[in-house]
Design a protein around this ligand. Structure first.
Ligand SMILES: Nc1ncnc2c1ncn2[C@@H]1O[C@H](COP(=O)(O)OP(=O)(O)OP(=O)(O)O)[C@@H](O)[C@H]1O
Ligand SMILES: [Mg+2]
Ligand SMILES: [Zn+2]
Length: 250
């Protein structure tokens, strides 16, 4: 099912809540706006976000032959099984069962031709990450982190997993890198300044971009219209656009 997919990029982080899903949604949307054919696989079985972030009303369609048909939203193909398992039943999907479900997603989603497939991972370095790494040939991984020191320590663990499993690390994205104040128009570095940038230099991996804290990013996620589409002139939308171009070229 993945044979016609040119690039498979996993979006990972050591720590939860740093903005992986927001980055996945906007990077994919930005690539689609650049004219690429793009898909998103929501592999976060414990906290799936793509349905909400793309305004989908249900899970991807399941066919009798076992194939899963992704849903088109804003020109992006999204596969999510979110609505098939209620949030309060999340524990059912631990361990081997989670791995089996991830393998089904890799093997049975009917993507067709894609320039890029983005995989939104759950936080950390567990069964799902391993199943993805073992179950498909990743072009590479992007690690999302925030600038503060505690987050950076977790970020190192995330990087380690991909290094050990020989998955190329395409680079770091520093999210929530500063807050552009609409009161004084200065950028306030609430979580510290350039933490991920310095880490990327130290580790010798590229820093793909820095995304500020912007209300439009959060609102885009809630409204089901990614900010790069809803607010194309925002600072973050332009940053995602540049990253999408360089990922597409590389
Ligand atoms: N740069 C940003 N500016 C404003 N809000 C943001 C930004 N990045 C993320 N958010 C918001 O922070 C929250 C967490 O983001 P998101 O769900 O993308 O993180 P995550 O890493 O995928 O979390 P999880 O580990 O639970 O999967 C969301 O409400 C999102 O809208
Ligand atoms: Mg997420
Ligand atoms: Zn201010």
């Amino acid at each position: 099912m993945l044979s016609q997919v040119k690039k498979i990029i996993a979006i990972a982080s050591g720590k939860g809540g740093v903005g992986k899903s927001t980055v996945t949604a906007n990077l994919a949307m930005a690539a689609a706006l650049e004219g690429k054919s793009v898909g998103i696989l929501d592999a976060d079985l414990y906290g799936p976000s793509m349905g909400i972030m793309f305004g989908l009303s249900g899970a991807s369609e399941l066919h009798e032959n076992g194939h899963i048909i992704p849903t088109f939203s804003h020109g992006v193909k999204v596969a999510t099984l979110a609505q098939l398992f209620p949030a309060d039943k999340a524990n059912v999907w631990r361990g081997p069962r989670a791995a089996a479900l991830v393998n089904n997603l890799l093997n049975f989603v009917h993507w067709g031709n894609l320039d890029m497939l983005f995989i939104d991972l759950p936080p950390g370095t567990g069964d799902i990450q391993l199943s993805i790494i073992q179950g498909c040939k990743l072009t590479g991984a992007i690690i999302v982190c925030t600038p503060q020191t505690v987050a950076l320590a977790d970020c190192l663990k995330g990087i380690d997993l991909f290094r050990e499993t020989k998955v190329p690390i395409l680079g770091l994205i520093e999210n929530m890198s500063g807050f552009i104040c609409d009161n004084c128009e200065k950028e306030h570095f609430i979580f510290g300044k350039n933490g991920a940038k310095d880490l990327a230099e130290k580790l010798g991996v590229p820093l793909l971009g820095q995304i500020p804290i912007e209300a439009s990013l959060m609102q885009g996620g809630e409204n089901g219209v990614p900010a790069v589409l809803a607010n194309p002139n925002s600072v973050s939308a332009r940053a995602f656009g540049e990253m999408a171009v360089s990922l597409g070229d590389s």
